[in-house]
Write a protein that binds this ligand. Structure first.
Ligand code: GDP
Ligand code: GDP
Length: 436
């Protein structure tokens, strides 16, 4: 389930302040865009048990007034097209400006829900002057102070109300593994898809209930069935680089939400970028299986250890979660194309596997016996029992006497033991500690 909220508004109204508040301390993806826009940010927010993607559409650095306006129009249009709901932010301290009015005109025409959010309502005076924003004629109006957080709870309640409840039946309707091909423009996503389609008979099916911008293709390769999620149609929409990247990130996040395993493609000749790392860690935080594909390997001059060294450097950049398969491919020369699918299937298998409790305890209690959790405040911390929880992301509960006294280094030790004893390559996992 993927629900995306975009925050739009003129510069300095407090978009990024609200964004940071919605995300609490979670790390955001920052999309460094050159030119007139400042960084766009993407992240995941959670409210009342519902999670959704938040996009701060960014601000603008000083420029001529007309550049400014066309840019803002573009931003609003993309937000309306790509998001499921729009937070339209204004500033109570300044009041309604011409630019606010222009944006309001665009937003009123959209069929998506718009939440007019009057920010900087820090006190009663501001509340009073803020009422002028009712004149803009939006149905949903919220008065908030992003700085102090006041009013943001009601705003989040309203956002959450737009998110459809998860339909448990629907989720199981299509239990085939879903793979998404993601990556920046020009890394070879379409080429890979074409290489796979060209080789085997495929049924392109329009699967009901999928998000409008992703194409689900049903495959039957090596007698294995799976669904490839493609974020096609990207190029047709916009020729401009900034927009292209904006679209591509939103689409990547959307495809990621729908997928079990993400194939993140990089261009070997360009190396990994900060944005790739951000997308990768977002996938990890969303608990998605991951396979990293280094494409255009044909362009790289190779010596004996080139691949090994490349992989080592890559994994340093992907840390801390870097237990992930890395495959060097050339779509052009059709090198290791099918290894990609085999590996994605392996990752899916590891991600969905349930380890029998007896086996888990046999292995993990031995590991715990050979290296105990450190003594805290004079008492020894004892783990008695481990069990895997019935969740989508592999999760393990360790039952112990003092769950709060198990610190990160020991948690990392336990995770590494799980990883080295039971193959979890490309699979993020979660560890919980509970009182026995
Ligand atoms: P953006 O350009 O829309 O992303 O705006 P920023 O989030 O960068 O905020 C612009 C300025 O407004 C910053 O100096 C913020 O500290 C300030 N600001 C944001 N929210 C509030 C608020 O609720 N009250 C007040 N008084 N200032 C705020
Ligand atoms: P997308 O934007 O990620 O879908 O990328 P495309 O599939 O359109 O590929 C972008 C460009 O990279 C095209 O010109 C492809 O021919 C080229 N390309 C794709 N894969 C390879 C490869 O393995 N080697 C080389 N040398 N070029 C490739």
């Amino acid at each position: 389930m993927s629900f995306t909220v975009a925050i739009v508004g003129r510069p300095n109204v407090g978009k990024s302040t609200l964004f940071n508040r919605l995300l609490e301390k979670r790390q955001a993806i920052v999309d460094d865009v050159s030119g007139v826009t400042r960084d766009r940010q993407y992240g995941i927010a959670e409210w009342n048990g519902k999670s959704f993607n938040v996009i701060d559409t960014g601000g603008f650095v000083a420029g001529s007034a007309d550049v400014f306006e066309t840019e803002i129009r573009k931003q609003v249009k993309i937000a309306i097209e790509e998001a499921d709901a729009v937070i339209f932010m204004t500033d109570a301290a300044v009041g309604i400006t011409d630019l606010d009015d222009d944006m309001a005109d665009l937003l009123r025409r959209s069929s998506k829900p718009v939440l007019l959010t009057v920010n900087k309502v820090d006190n009663n005076d501001r509340m009073l002057s803020g009422t002028e924003f009712y004149s803009m004629g939006f149905e949903n109006v919220y008065f908030v102070s992003s700085m102090s957080g006041s009013g943001t709870g009601e705003l989040l309640d309203a956002v959450a109300a737009f998110i459809p409840e998860k339909d448990a039946d629907k989720e199981d309707e299509n239990p085939l593994p879903k793979f998404a091909i993601i990556g920046q423009p020009n890394v070879g996503k379409s080429s890979l898809l074409n290489a796979l389609i060209g080789k085997e008979r495929t049924i392109v099916s329009d699967i009901a209930g999928t998000t409008r911008d992703t194409i689900h293709t049903h495959y039957n390769l090596f007698n294995k069935e799976f669904i490839l999620i493609d974020t096609a149609g990207l190029r047709k929409k916009s020729k401009e680089k900034d927009d292209l990247e904006f679209y591509s990130v939103i689409r990547a996040i959307r495809a990621m939400d729908e997928a079990d395993v993400c194939m993140l493609i990089l261009d070997a000749s360009k190396g990994i970028t900060a944005q790739d790392v951000s997308i990768y860690s977002l996938a990890a935080r969303k608990g998605k299986g991951i396979v990293v594909l280094v494409n255009k390997w044909d362009l790289v001059e190779k010596a004996t250890n080139t691949a090994r060294d490349y992989e080592k450097q890559l994994k340093e950049k992907l840390a801390p979660f870097n237990d992930v398969p890395v495959i060097f491919i050339s779509v052009k020369e059709k090198t290791r194309i099918f290894k990609v699918i085999e590996t994605a299937l392996d990752v899916y298998e590891s991600k969905t596997r349930k380890i029998p409790t007896s086996k888990l305890n046999e292995v993990m209690l031995k590991a715990i016996e050979s290296y105990h959790a450190p003594v805290v405040r004079g008492h020894s911390v004892k783990i008695k029992f481990v069990t895997q929880l019935p969740t989508h992301v592999p999760s393990f509960a360790f039952f112990c006497n003092f769950p709060d006294d198990i610190k990160t280094p020991y948690k990392n030790y336990l995770e590494n033991q799980l990883r080295s004893n039971f193959n979890f390559s490309g699979v993020p996992m979660r560890l919980f500690f509970r009182k026995k």
